[in-house]
Design a protein around this ligand. Structure first.
Ligand code: ATP
Length: 201
């Protein structure tokens, strides 16, 4: 599984539709200060569900990530970013050769919409799809400045969760948690039932 392409439209400094193709093993993005290199990284994290505008180095409202105009260009009303992944090795639990994940936001309603292979979906569906592929929001697929020292300084439990994500057990831990919650609820219902039986007998 690898990221084949990013398509950006109206996201931060990318006013026009911009397609970045990743054809080689290593791709470097170079350019002068402030030209938008880090915005590409922000775009990837945004599609994968980042909800913190601070982490996205943006204003308070999520719609601040929409191109806000420049000396020569009017602001636009829509930001849309698509990540296209090669899925020939079926890392994603999906029969498709390619997986397209899209997030978009309109300035008018400030609400995000998500799509998997052009079909509308919930953020949860994207989280479920990427879980244990190494693409999760807190995974190590994106290593930013400060990550390395953060990892070295992390508490053992925090470090362990990174290993669990990398090893692919995070999915099972999440399912276990949901099952335990259901069991607890069922036990509560049984206790209430027993109370009623005791009252009637
Ligand atoms: P450096 O090399 O200094 O780290 P960079 O190439 O990584 O810079 P970015 O931080 O990615 O640059 O991009 C900053 C640019 O993005 C600034 O020019 C800023 O005005 C522009 N920008 C950020 N948000 C928006 C927005 N919503 N609308 C228009 N332009 C934006």
């Amino acid at each position: 599984m690898f990221l084949k392409r990013i398509e950006l439209l109206g996201f931060k400094s990318f006013a026009d539709k911009t397609i970045i193709q990743f054809d080689h093993d290593i791709t470097g993005i170079v350019g002068p200060n402030g030209c938008g290199k880090s915005n590409v990284n922000d775009a990837i994290r945004w599609v994968l569900g980042e909800q913190s505008t601070k982490s996205l180095r943006s204003g308070n409202s999520m719609s601040d990530i929409i191109f806000s105009g420049s000396e020569f260009r009017k602001p636009v009303n829509l930001a849309k970013v698509t990540l296209v992944f090669d899925n020939s090795s079926r890392i994603f639990d999906s029969p498709f050769e390619e997986i397209e994940i899209t997030r978009q936001i309109q300035r008018s309603n400030n609400e995000a919409s998500y799509f998997i292979n052009k079909t509308p979906c919930r953020l949860k569906d994207i989280n479920d799809l990427v879980m244990d592929t190494g693409l999760g929001r807190d995974s190590l697929s994106i290593i930013t400045q400060g990550n390395i020292s953060g990892f070295a300084d992390a508490k053992p439990e925090e470090r362990r969760s990174l290993f669990e994500e990398a090893a692919g057990v995070a999915k099972y831990k999440k399912r276990k948690k949901v099952s335990l919650q259901k069991l607890e609820k069922t036990q509560d219902n049984l206790d209430r039932l027993q109370d009623i039986i005791d009252e009637l007998s």
